[in-house]
Design a protein around this ligand. Structure first.
Ligand code: BTN
Length: 221
């Protein structure tokens, strides 16, 4: 199903992936300008997984982010999902997903996973790696195979429009129930992460049980 193309070094696998056809997978050993959400940088030295999958456009591209998170989580087997796109272990992030939609044409799902790479000092209070978590260097190629194997299975659910199965897997592996602060473009919200609705938006509940739907933002647990 996937055609894998590997590079030693790229500026960004998401950027490179734009010129490839659907179901191409672009992988780099390192990136010089790894992109994060909200135009942030993604630190991308050797030893991490930097991988972008080119996929057909769908009406609910947020589900690509969810299945990417689930696929990495099931391969790495540690931590939980923090809405919408992070994998967290003991309050530190080890994976981020950046889904970019290129009009009605295609979507690029980029996964950055800290595996054996060094975490820069300035990020060490909020980021970690699988090697740090498990105290053992990891086999990157095996992990990539495993992530893509999981992704294929989840992609099938998207083809079958079985979004409810994706949502229930996501909920079972997430921080739902935790107290959160959310910084969005329209302001700051406090409450409990209460639910994920059928479109994949986060529902939070404040202490007066008033609910709000969050469509974008950064969550602090
Ligand atoms: C985030 O949490 O802000 C998302 C980070 C996504 C990083 C990955 S690394 C592979 C792909 N290529 C990029 O330039 N970014 C994504």
């Amino acid at each position: 199903m996937f055609k894998i193309i590997k590079f030693k070094k790229l500026d960004s696998t998401n950027k490179k992936a734009r010129s490839y056809n659907n179901f191409s997978v672009i992988i780099a050993d390192e990136q010089s300008k790894g992109k994060g959400r909200f135009e942030r940088r993604w630190s991308s030295s050797q030893g991490g997984i930097y991988m972008s999958i080119v996929l057909p456009h769908i009406n609910k591209p947020q589900f690509y982010t969810f299945i990417a998170c689930l696929s990495v989580l099931k391969a790495c087997k540690v931590g939980k999902i923090k809405w919408p796109n992070d994998l967290i272990y003991k309050n530190k992030k080890y994976c981020g997903i950046l889904t970019e939609n290129l009009g009605k044409d295609k979507s690029i799902v980029g996964m950055g996973v800290n595996i054996n790479n060094d975490i820069p000092k300035n990020l060490s209070s909020k980021s970690t790696s699988l090697c740090n978590i498990l105290h053992k260097r990891q086999d990157i190629n095996k992990l990539i195979d495993n992530i893509l194997f999981n992704f294929k299975k989840y992609y099938k659910l998207i083809e079958e429009k079985n979004f409810s199965k994706i949502i229930s897997d996501w909920k079972n592996n997430s921080f739902l129930g935790s107290k959160v602060k959310i910084k969005t473009l329209s302001g700051i919200y406090y409450g409990f992460a209460n639910d994920l609705d059928k479109d994949g938006f986060l529902i939070i509940k404040d202490d007066k049980c008033k609910k709000a739907k969050i469509k974008e933002g950064d969550i602090y647990i």
